[in-house]
Write a protein of this length. Structure first.
Length: 113
């Protein structure tokens, strides 16, 4: 039963972070950013957010720098939107798994021809 609550809370955090990221006014945080995965600790004190960009890994890295500098704002907004005992400390991490999977898919498609 605790696993169900963690999954539901993780999905709520993901949904709210997606909305909050749109309101961040840092010029580095723009474009097509995607939250791939959220690792929420069991005590809900830390949250690792894996970010990807369709524009490439360099754009994702610059967006992560901007998001990490706005982490206080994001944490405050998340705390106001989701009722938790305390809002988790948020760490954004750039991830290129979408780009990697597209490359593997292209290789498989080329082999089939």
């Amino acid at each position: 039963m605790a696993s169900f609550r963690m999954d539901r809370t993780s999905e709520d955090v993901k949904r709210e972070l997606t909305d909050i990221m749109r309101s961040v006014k840092d010029p580095r945080v723009n474009g097509l950013l995607t939250i791939l995965k959220i690792d929420l600790s069991r005590d809900l004190s830390t949250c690792k957010v894996y970010i990807s960009s369709l524009e490439g890994m360099e754009k994702a890295k610059s967006a992560v720098v901007g998001l990490n500098s706005a982490a206080g704002y994001v944490r405050r907004e998340l705390g106001m939107r989701i009722k938790l005992r305390r809002s988790p400390q948020i760490q954004f991490i750039a991830d290129d798994s979408i780009e990697h999977s597209a490359h593997i898919n292209k290789m498989i498609h080329d082999l089939n021809r």
